[in-house]
Write a protein that binds this ligand. Structure first.
Ligand code: PLP
Length: 220
């Protein structure tokens, strides 16, 4: 099949309002270039170091999305170029992103990660934590970030009903939270759905899917 073919096939089946993030973690630049040449401009990585190395080597019209968990002390290595950070789940991290963005004279878009899965290991805020974060005084002061949506990951399971329930949960939280509009917070994006579950995610209201192995093949 090949990367370009996989990509074009997936893209052609996506509704127009859904953005495709090509998740290229662990893959060599040559693989990413194949997707780039087929028209892909948004790539998702989960390690800051790896993303920075690829950014240096690749064309500068690419939008780089950080989809992994972000450690506060590493934010500075991506502030120059990152276009969207998906996995933000604390005020402390938002403050650091804001601080680094200010230094670079940028405004950086962020998604807040919501914990929707059953597994304890997945990062993210619950509904209450989200509400209290968004209503805090501290967040109003962050002029160099914009919260543009929510992100979630479903439980790793074959049980479609459960996955659907979790996606709908995120959509419900999104719809409630969308009403709140402040200078640095206006929700437009729901990032949910990966290779195994993106069609279901779209049915449940996803506007951004993060697809890796169905484009680039399996990872070791
Ligand atoms: C790896 C990863 C993906 C892509 O997973 P695939 O199953 O390969 O499509 C999506 N989202 C996050 C957060 C990931 O870490």
């Amino acid at each position: 099949m090949g990367i370009a073919n996989n990509l074009l096939q997936i893209k052609s089946a996506l509704p127009e309002h859904v953005t495709l993030v090509a998740v290229s973690k662990t893959k060599p630049v040559s693989d990413l270039m194949e997707a780039y040449e087929a028209g892909q401009r948004i790539f998702g990585e989960n390690k800051i170091q790896e993303m920075a190395e690829k950014w240096e080597q690749m064309p500068k019209d690419i939008q780089w999305h950080m989809i992994g968990h972000v450690q506060t002390n590493k934010v500075k290595f991506m502030t120059l170029f990152v276009s969207l950070i998906h996995g933000v789940d604390s005020l402390k991290l938002l403050q650091e992103i804001n601080k680094q963005a200010l230094k670079n004279n940028r405004i950086i878009d962020c998604l807040l990660q919501i914990h929707i899965a059953e597994e304890e290991t997945k990062f993210g805020l619950d509904e209450e934590e989200l509400a209290s974060l968004l209503s805090s005084n501290e967040i109003q002061e962050l002029k160099n970030i914009r919260i543009v949506g929510l992100m979630g990951m479903a439980t790793f399971t074959d049980n479609k009903d459960q996955i659907k329930k979790e996606f709908l949960h995120l959509k419900t939280i999104f719809d409630k939270t969308k009403k709140l509009k402040t200078e640095n917070c206006q929700l437009e994006t729901i990032s949910m759905g990966m290779s195994g579950d993106y069609q279901l995610a779209i049915e449940c209201g996803s506007t951004m899917v993060r697809i890796g192995s169905s484009i680039f093949g399996g990872r070791n």
